[in-house]
Design a protein around this ligand. Structure first.
Ligand SMILES: *Cc1c(COP(=O)(O)O)cnc(C)c1O
Length: 422
């Protein structure tokens, strides 16, 4: 469920017309709904009532400080994958004690910073990382709490670019080899291996891969305890999918997911951490864009809009489907087939191909739906297009939560060396 609906013939975010925002700040822009963000966090946490679970929002899905702060106000902690994200989570008001640090390539500098601010847990993804973290913690007289991220070799049945739990993926430590790594961790005085972590991929639309992974992890906890390891925490990652095609592909509800967790993990008596990203923010955001031209090709019609692959890369990177709605509620439902493309000089620059939409003309506004996750965070300035601004709606109000940079700001980032000055 989300809070983007037609009111008096105009698509609104909560009580604010997207057409009004477009007139005020220009297009393209991302727009997020506070009410949807809050609702998604509550639905997830309600599903786990009665289980010792906490939510650490996966900041990489949408790292705007205002978005993180909205979720933090609902009680969320954070899962970060870089020092930059760690700094964002803290700047948005999340206590270090509610932050876990994931990622295959944490540098010495990043881990030192995380140790110094006192984050809760490192999700360790390799043996060299474990050794380096142990050294850094020992040098500071600290003990680093860790979970070892295991790779359970489970097919998440999602797009190959967002599957992370197969043996051939770079993530985690092979579940077969993990016991040896726990044994090594037990020898390191500056390491407390209190947990186990798994994250098998993103946009999962079936519970079966979760079930396979969770059962493997539960079996490992029992085996590790038999070896004398005191495992008290289980981090089950994120990955639960969201509907991108309206009511046609509804993934499992968080309640069903929580029931699976209880069934597979309940007997272990461990504290649980979840790292949902997309589930919280995906359907809480849209990308609003204006039609520049309608161009008739030999056998297709191109709708050339002012948002492009540099603003939203998901269609070309992941073959992702995003529903497109007109901002003005269409009076005539007759459909026309369009290739919806941006101005960027790449054949891969498209938002949708062969899409049936109501009639559109130059100047019309469209909303690219379900763009709150992995949208703005993956934007670039390719073709020297200014980074797309972000808006947060709250009831009848809205705020610019990241402004569109002006060209002077963009150009002054480059420096011409002395030898080229003339
Ligand atoms: C990306 C990621 C997540 C969030 O995944 P979603 O599919 O957005 O829920 C959680 N944990 C880790 C380790 C990740 O890399």
């Amino acid at each position: 469920m989300n809070h983007f609906e037609y009111r008096d013939g105009v698509l609104c975010a909560e009580g604010v017309s997207l057409a009004t925002i477009a007139d005020d700040i220009g297009t393209p822009f991302y727009c997020y709904s506070s009410a949807t963000l809050r609702r998604h966090a509550r639905v997830f946490m309600d599903a786990f009532k009665g289980q010792p679970a906490r939510l650490c929002y996966s900041v990489k899905a949408n790292s705007n400080l205002a978005v993180i702060a909205t979720l933090a106000a609902e009680g969320a902690g954070a899962d970060v994958v870089s020092e930059g994200e760690l700094r964002r989570a803290m700047a948005a008001g999340i206590a270090p004690s509610q932050i876990v640090f994931s990622g295959v390539g944490k540098t010495a500098q990043e881990m030192a910073y995380a140790l110094e601010v006192g984050i809760d847990q490192f999700n360790v993804e390799s043996e060299p990382e474990l050794e380096l973290l142990a050294e850094l913690a020992a040098a500071r007289g600290l003990v680093a709490k860790i979970a070892i991220r295991v790779n359970p070799d489970v097919d998440a049945k999602t797009h190959e670019k967002i599957a992370t739990g197969k043996a051939e993926n770079k993530f985690g430590i092979s579940w077969k080899h993990a016991p040896a790594v726990y044994a090594r961790a037990a020898e390191l005085k500056s390491i407390a291996a209190i947990g186990i972590d798994v994250h098998i991929g993103s946009q999962l639309t079936s519970l079966d891969p979760f079930e396979a992974a969770f059962k493997r992890v539960a079996g490992m906890v029992t085996a590790l305890r038999a070896e004398g390891h005191k495992i008290s925490h289980i981090d089950l990652g994120g990955g639960l999918g969201i509907p991108y095609r309206g009511d046609n592909d509804i993934p499992p509800h968080p309640d069903e997911y929580a029931a699976l967790v209880k069934r597979t993990m309940g007997h272990l008596g461990c504290d649980l951490t979840f790292e949902p990203g997309r589930l919280l923010v995906g359907n809480a955001g849209v990308l609003v864009s204006r039609v520049i031209y309608v161009k008739e090709g030999d056998n297709r019609t191109f709708l050339i809009i002012d948002a492009a692959m540099n603003d939203l890369i998901r269609p070309t990177l992941y073959d992702a489907f995003h529903e497109i709605k007109t901002i003005a509620e269409p009076a005539d439902q007759t459909r026309f087939t369009y290739d919806v493309v941006g101005p960027v000089c790449e054949t891969g620059d498209f938002i949708a191909k062969g899409r049936e939409l109501t009639k559109l003309k130059a100047g019309d506004l469209v909303a690219i739906m379900s763009a709150g996750a992995y949208g703005a965070v993956q934007a670039s300035t390719y073709n020297t297009r200014p980074l797309v601004p972000e808006i947060l709606v709250h009831g009848d109000n809205y705020a610019v939560i990241r402004a569109r940079p002006d060209y002077a700001e963009i150009l002054k980032q480059d420096k011409i060396p002395d030898w080229l000055k003339r």
